[in-house]
Design a protein around this ligand. Structure first.
Ligand code: NAD
Length: 456
């Protein structure tokens, strides 16, 4: 079947109204969970072949999130999907008012390569829970993952309801030409703009989950050992190929040396520093990204690391110091295991420098000072973040997840994801009883007076 036929099949299926049934949605979510659970070993093998990511890391950063998202909906969907009563204003008296959550219809979900299960299946879960059909286009870059997702989903789900279409730019371009009711895209800001333009032709609503440079502030009041521990884990997880990884550190000058030393010790304790492929540290996805990331490194600013295994595309955890906002490493999202550290003496100037860059996807603050924390949260616009931790905000489905400005449009996960894939339909339900004559002609003075009294 070609792409257009699959799209038409999903349109026809949606018109059967099957997905409006909450029991149907719950069954599909249970089926998806069971399918993943039954096939965990092959899912782990596929991602290991693509970029050497271990089964444990794949579980905690990918499948656990998908299971958690499904479990949230299995518990809450019936309640969230119920029409919500709201009060009725005096002008409409007597009547009832309520909000109906209806599915948007046929959705397209386009995934990125870096967390290829999490970033495709979590939006799929939200879309299914809200009662939509889904065409999923995973990234073509981790080809083993794309292949296994296609086999598992297409062999187990009705293609009118959930179907995977594999491919790169040509297939995505063809998909983007079709009139979907929603497009959910995860990837680069550059491609995000292409998606947004294509969606505009059909007035299709979009969610764009994009990237950017996420700062981590470290104040002198922070617990330096704990800060280093959490930062190192968050930065070198997935070898730095994480959209919400702390891209760079802004540290208060008086604790810079202590932080750098603690970071070095943490790396030595947890990661291979000789460029070897170990179960604890994965590869850079491809040669293009390997060359791009090592291109940011200025030898004279390397504090620690920079061991390169070209054959296996491994770059050991690398820390740079004495970095300035003018250095090449500060020009783009790094998306790899290079951690620049910039020191500051005045927090407001540091905040101002961050404000010169695009709005980040995340921001992290390590501090015990409430005033500093509040200052940063209030002054910098960012998608979401954490205080005294990094990355972990993504693991709470009660927190909306997504960017702002250049780092994205729209949020998802849990209830926010349900609303994201729903149309909130407002209904006023009147009886045939009492009818005020105020809105009808003739527009007399007394009607005007009472109307004004009611409104004002
Ligand atoms: P990408 O933009 O290159 O690719 C994303 C998807 O778009 C893929 O499925 C790809 O096939 C498709 N695509 C690529 N070029 C296209 C084109 N010209 N026209 C149409 N479709 C095209 O992104 P990537 O390299 O897979 O991921 C890295 C980026 O994604 C980083 O910037 C990262 O920060 C961001 N990201 C964001 C999130 C988030 O949740 N906000 C999560 C992961 C990654």
């Amino acid at each position: 079947m070609n792409i257009q036929d699959i799209h038409q099949t999903q349109k026809d299926f949606f018109r059967t109204h099957t997905t409006k049934d909450i029991d149907f949605r719950i069954q599909q979510l249970q089926k998806l969970k069971q399918l993943l659970k039954n096939n965990e070993t092959i899912l782990f093998e596929a991602i290991y072949k693509d970029f050497g990511k271990s089964a444990h890391e794949t579980y905690i950063t990918e499948l656990a999130h998908v299971y958690h998202e499904i479990n949230t909906f299995l518990k809450k969907l019936r309640r969230w999907a119920k029409p919500k009563r709201v009060t009725t204003n005096l002008v409409n008296f007597p009547a009832r008012s309520y909000i109906v959550y209806e599915p948007l219809g046929n959705t397209l979900i386009i995934g990125a390569w870096n967390y290829p299960y999490n970033l495709t299946l979590c939006p799929v879960v939200d879309a299914i829970a809200a009662g939509n059909t889904v065409i999923l286009k995973p990234s073509e870059i981790p080809s083993n993952v794309s292949d296994i997702l296609t086999k598992l989903i297409n062999n187990n789900f009705d293609k009118g309801f959930l179907h995977v279409i594999e491919g790169g730019i040509p297939e995505t371009t063809e998909l983007l030409d079709l009139p979907f009711d929603k497009i959910f895209f995860t990837g680069s800001t550059f491609v995000g703009k292409i998606v947004y333009q294509a969606a505009a032709k059909n007035l299709t609503p979009v969610t764009l989950e994009l990237g950017g440079k996420s700062p981590a502030f470290v104040s002198k009041s922070a617990n330096i050992q704990m800060t280093a521990k959490r930062l190192v884990w968050a930065k070198f997880l997935n070898a730095g190929q994480t959209c919400i990884a702390p891209d760079y550190i802004l540290v208060e000058k008086s604790v810079e040396t202590a932080l750098l030393e603690a970071i070095k010790q943490e790396i030595e304790a947890h990661y291979p520093t000789d460029g070897s492929l170990s179960g604890n540290y994965c590869q850079i996805i491809n040669q293009k990204n390997f060359d791009r990331v090592r291109g940011y490194i200025q030898e004279e600013k390397v504090y620690f690391g920079n061991v390169q295994n070209t054959e296996k595309r491994i770059l050991s955890p690398t820390v740079m110091h004495q970095v300035t906002f003018d250095d090449p490493v500060m020009k783009d999202e790094i998306f790899g295991p290079v951690l620049p550290v910039i020191s500051y003496e005045d927090l407001n100037s540091a905040i101002d420098q961050v404000l010169e860059l695009s709005k980040p996807l995340s921001c992290y603050v390590y501090s015990k000072q409430q005033s500093e924390i509040q200052d940063i949260i209030k002054k910098i616009s960012f998608g979401g973040g954490a205080i005294n931790d990094s990355v972990m905000h993504i693991s709470n489905p009660k927190l909306p997840f997504g960017g702002v400005g250049y780092s994205g449009i729209g949020k998802y996960h849990g209830k926010t994801g349900f609303y994201n894939f729903s149309n909130t339909k407002g209904i006023l339900h009147k009886s045939f009883g009492l009818e005020l004559s105020l809105k009808y002609t003739p527009y007399t003075n007394w009607k005007k007076k009472i109307t004004k009294w009611l409104i004002e």
